[in-house]
Ligand binder design. Sequence first.
Ligand SMILES: *Cc1c(COP(=O)(O)O)cnc(C)c1O
Length: 216
Amino acid sequence: MLEEILKKLQATGTKLIAVSKTKPVDAILELYNRGQRIFGENRVQELVRKQGELPADIEWHFIGHMQTNKVKYIAPFIACIHSIDSLKLLKEVNKQAEKNGRTIDCLLQFHIAEEETKFGLDLDEAGGLLSSDDFFKMKNVRIRGVMGMATFTEDEGQVRREFAFLKNIFDELKNMYFPDDPGFSEISMGMSGDYEIALEEGSTMVRLGTLLFGQR
Ligand SMILES: *Cc1c(COP(=O)(O)O)cnc(C)c1O
């Protein structure tokens, strides 16, 4: 399964985030031993425990809703936080990154689904954040792009529209705030049920759990 997926991703140069939440370290090691290095988790406590038990060259991505008071636990090692949904959270990430002498990659999470429950910014909120004095002063975070989750639905057309919407947001932010920054390049979209649509709509990172590890 992994090889088949990787072949598809290679064709578009898309990165694979193996979403290992709820799965034991043995299962992670198995994929690690087959060459996978990027893993995603959505709970701080679980991530910290697994990070301590697994090889140090794993690149950990945080993909869940992040509480400000928990940033400090993952700041020493986290490679990328996909779920920045407020200036307050970004400020805390910057502060904790500075304490650790690091720069942490971040993605701005956008609300693109119809469902009310999904977290995320809208374009106005992101514009406010990116043009703020607070953001201008931050030296220890790097905004690498955007992330979003489509509605959980059988309606392919709707999923496609939501991914296209996120791609549009990426393009607008790129033009407005990052025209000369090659580092602003990532669109994190696509999960087990919809990653092929996401690839067609311009995804640069897919986050796959079930397809790689089986049902949770
Ligand atoms: C769980 C999760 C995934 C992976 O979902 P699958 O459907 O198992 O591939 C991707 N992104 C986020 C934000 C998640 O919480």
